[in-house]
Design a protein around this ligand. Structure first.
Ligand code: UD1
Ligand code: MG
Length: 509
């Protein structure tokens, strides 16, 4: 059995990325769920390196802070001045004097790189016992990239930067992807010999190859199967291009596991999200962060889910959710907004123009229209009528509201927290409830209605309303009379106000 190789990963992330024209360091730009740096570290993760060094420089503090979040085990090493990729690796290795075995170097801006490709590069390198191996790719447009220069026998001679290349070398389409495996000892030795005798006056990591070849050391080229993986990112146009490519890769992978994606070009799934079999993702949908969509759920069109879990067979239509849970068979939207800790139990419904925050909506409970639900617990099968507001904030503190099982809240109600409506209780439409309603009771607060006869004719004479009223009264007042009578009844009898039919007509639609 061969000895296990000690491995060190070095990620180069000190450059400014001038052409991004951004206050954010280039490697921190996001791409479908990870930063560019996050993608590179993920591709290197299966190497199980003994140590990972990230060379930071521009925006070092921001990059360091990001590393503590996503890769606390990685060691940031400061390259105060960006004197070239060779200089960057030299500084990285000075910080890990004990590193031996294989050193894998990856440019921080190649986010489409697959873990399998890095692993294959390292396996080829270690298998050959090479001093250095470069990942190369045949690309349609090599502009701006270093070229792989081979001898007549096809062996690597050197890597030449475009600006230092001869016209014949520039015509080569085999490029250096900026991903390498080195033998630590021979790399250290060669880095000590780098010159700055080039167009940029920098220490080029790529010159290590020419030096090793001159010294008669074995070097290798590993050609990537798919050149797309080696694409770098220099400006925001290229970043958008990479985003489209990654979108297609992610969507294809989910479709192959049995997910229906109706319009892949408008479906953007972060690499960190997951979708179960037979889910249907309709057009213009984004699944971001740690979102999981369950089996047979239907999501979209026009849905954004961030860190949200959608249960099996649930539906989410034209809605936005952040940090929410949608239970199995639940129904959301159109036009719902679920905020953090909105937890919708199985078969519950949150409908049109409804916002839910930090609340549980119980199994089978319904909040169908035009409501705000904040800091509430809604029991199973409760029905929350249209335009109910859970008044949770007194200007200083937030308070909770509890609505019991199968309670019925009439339309246009304010539930002023802290307050509890008991199981099976009713609240009359148009009430402002600030005291607990016992189980099975009717809660009602409502000013008595008055209908002032003839008011329109007196105060709004000459309007279309006045004309309509005059016609109606002349025809026998079929519309006006009952209103007046109902007004009388309401005035006199509070019990009538809370009639379930009066409270609930629109709530159950
Ligand atoms: C480099 C390669 C080129 C290759 C290309 C692939 C060299 C000399 N050239 O060119 O052959 O085709 O990548 O994309 O290596 N960085 C530092 N410190 C520095 C300089 C750079 O950390 O002093 C980092 C950058 O942040 C970046 C990476 O190294 O992540 C590559 O640097 P960049 O300037 O983009 O090199 P290229 O000119 O693209
Ligand atoms: Mg570059």
């Amino acid at each position: 059995m061969p000895q296990p190789h000690l491995r060190t990963v070095v990620v180069l992330a000190a450059g400014e990325g001038k052409r991004m024209k951004s206050a954010l360091p280039k490697v921190l730009h996001p791409l479908l769920g990870r930063t560019l740096l996050g993608h590179v570290l993920t591709a290197a993760a299966p190497l199980a390196a003994d140590r990972t060094v990230v060379v930071v420089g521009h925006g070092a503090e921001q990059v360091r802070a990001h590393l503590t979040e996503i890769a606390p085990g990685a060691t940031p090493v400061l390259q105060a001045q960006q004197l070239g990729t060779g200089h960057a690796v030299r500084i990285a290795l000075e910080a890990v004097p004990e590193a031996s075995g294989t050193v894998v170097v990856i440019n921080g801006d190649v986010p489409l790189l697959r873990a399998e490709t890095v692993a294959a590069l390292v396996a080829a390198h270690e298998g050959e016992g090479a001093a250095a191996t470069v990942l190369a790719a045949e690309v349609p447009d090599p502009t701006g990239l270093g070229r792989i220069v081979r001898d007549a026998a096809g062996r690597l001679e050197q890597i030449v930067e475009e600006r230092d290349a001869t016209p014949a070398q520039r015509a080569l389409r085999e490029i250096n992807a900026g991903i390498y495996a080195f033998d630590a000892v021979r790399l250290r030795d060669a880095l000590g010999k780098l010159s700055t005798d080039n167009d940029q006056g920098e220490e080029y990591l790529t010159d290590v190859f020419g030096l090793l070849v001159s010294a008669g050391e074995p070097v290798g080229v590993h050609v990537a199967a798919d050149h797309v993986e080696t694409l770098g990112c220099n400006d925001r146009v290229e970043l958008a291009g990479l985003r489209r490519l990654l979108r297609d890769r992610v969507n294809e992978a989910w479709m192959r596991t049995g997910v229906s994606i109706l319009d892949p070009e408008t479906t953007w799934i972060d690499v960190t999200a997951a979708v179960e079999r037979d889910a249907v993702i309709d057009q213009n949908t984004q699944l971001r962060g740690t979102t999981v969509v369950g089996a047979q759920a239907v999501v979209g069109p026009d849905v954004t889910l961030i860190d949200t879990v959608v249960g099996a067979a649930a539906t989410v239509l034209r809605s936005h959710a952040v940090g929410a849970e949608v239970g199995p068979g639940a129904s959301v939207g159109p036009y719902a907004y679920l905020r953090p800790a909105a937890r919708l139990a199985e078969k519950s419904k949150v409908g049109t123009f409804v916002e839910v925050k930090n609340s549980e909506v119980g199994p089978g409970a319904k909040v169908p229209h035009l409501s705000y639900v904040g800091d509430a617990t809604i029991g199973a099968k409760a029905n929350i009528g249209a335009a109910t507001i859970f008044v949770n904030y007194d200007g200083v503190n937030k308070h909770r509201t509890v609505v019991g099982e199968a309670a019925f809240i009439g339309c246009d109600t304010s539930l002023i927290a802290p307050v509890e409506v008991g199981a099976g209780a009713y609240v009359a439409a148009g009430s402002a409830i600030s005291q607990d309603v016992p189980p099975g009771a009717l809660g009602v607060t409502r000013a008595p209605q008055r209908s002032i006869e003839g008011w329109v004719a007196r105060k709004r004479a000459g309007t279309v309303s006045a004309a309509a009223a005059e016609r109606a009264l002349a025809e026998g007042a079929s519309g006006g009379g009952p209103v007046a009578r109902e007004g009388e009844a309401i005035h006199g009898d509070a019990e009538t106000v809370g009639r379930p039919s009066a409270a609930g007509d629109t709530a159950t639609e």
